[in-house]
Design a protein around this ligand. Structure first.
Ligand SMILES: [Zn+2]
Ligand SMILES: [Zn+2]
Length: 272
């Protein structure tokens, strides 16, 4: 878990980003604020696949800023640090325009770093390969098969969750989703289900207009308990926790009110 946060500026929880690591290769899902620093922290903790120059593949769930604020970081920082190949991105419609705008926004930086005396870089940072995807199998190599599926996330026309099949495990990541995602059809006794969640107790103290928003865009802990009961993951991992005035212990209890399986509330840099 590189970042487990939300739009809230919690200094302990960086922007949402999950890394699926297979051997020496990493696959990122989302790139919230601080993604490259968090990956570097994971590298320092022993995961070589998360070194900055090895961040070459990323999958965006949707284009909400909390999930994408690290995109400029992901394009530029590893480039400066001599990543040998350009970044490849997969995600919803609009990802290409976002990428192009960020590259344009940093045109002066790229110009100075290219022609201003820095040693020659390994690739052109403008050459990001962007794949705007549809649901289904969207990526395969000798280590993973990645399937994208749509999730309901309020007014977003496209929001995805991802299912990673690796040689030894199946990992399903919800992204941001309301409760009617049918994610159990993607999990079906998967090894790890990483799912967003909000606290029902905290929610009840929110103003009505925010309650209307959260219930349309996100999944409450009791709702997630019911979903996990249908999905039967070996491990349910909570991330993107909206807790508000509640506590993490209460959040877990709310999930467990409807779910008997193993569940943990993740923190940044946890490994599962
Ligand atoms: Zn979010
Ligand atoms: Zn969102």
């Amino acid at each position: 878990m590189l970042g487990t946060g939300t739009p809230n500026a919690d200094p302990d929880r960086y922007g949402p980003s999950v890394a699926v690591v297979v051997d020496d290769t990493s696959y990122l899902v989302d790139f919230g604020v601080g993604v490259v620093r968090r990956a570097a922290a994971a590298e320092r903790a022993g995961i070589a696949a998360l070194g900055a120059t090895k961040l070459t593949r990323a999958f965006a769930t949707h284009l909400h800023s909390d999930h994408t604020l690290g995109l400029a970081d992901l394009i530029l920082t590893p480039w400066i640090l001599e990543r040998t190949t350009p970044l490849t991105l997969y995600g919803p419609r609009g990802l290409r325009a976002m990428t192009d705008h960020l590259i344009a926004a940093y045109a002066e930086d790229i110009r100075i770093r290219t022609r201003g005396g820095e040693p020659k870089h390994q690739h052109d940072p403008g050459l990001v390969a962007v794949h705007e995807i549809k649901p289904g199998m969207i990526y395969r190599d000798e280590r993973v098969t990645v399937t994208a599926f749509t999730v309901p996330h309020g007014a977003w026309e496209q929001a995805f969750g991802y299912r990673f099949q690796t040689p030894d495990r199946t990992i399903v990541i919800s992204g941001d989703t309301g409760p009617d995602s049918h994610i159990e059809d993607q999990c079906r006794r998967c090894d790890v289900l990483v799912h967003e969640v909000y606290s029902e107790a905290g929610f009840k103290k929110r103003p009505p207009e925010w309650q209307a928003y959260h219930s349309r865009y996100h999944t409450s802990a009791p709702q997630l308990g019911a979903i996990a009961t249908r999905a039967q993951p070996a491990l349910l991992v909570l991330y993107h926790q909206l807790i508000w005035s509640s506590t993490e212990e209460d959040l877990l209890k709310e999930v467990q009110s409807a779910y008997n399986g193993k569940v943990v509330s993740a923190h940044d840099l946890d490994i599962f």
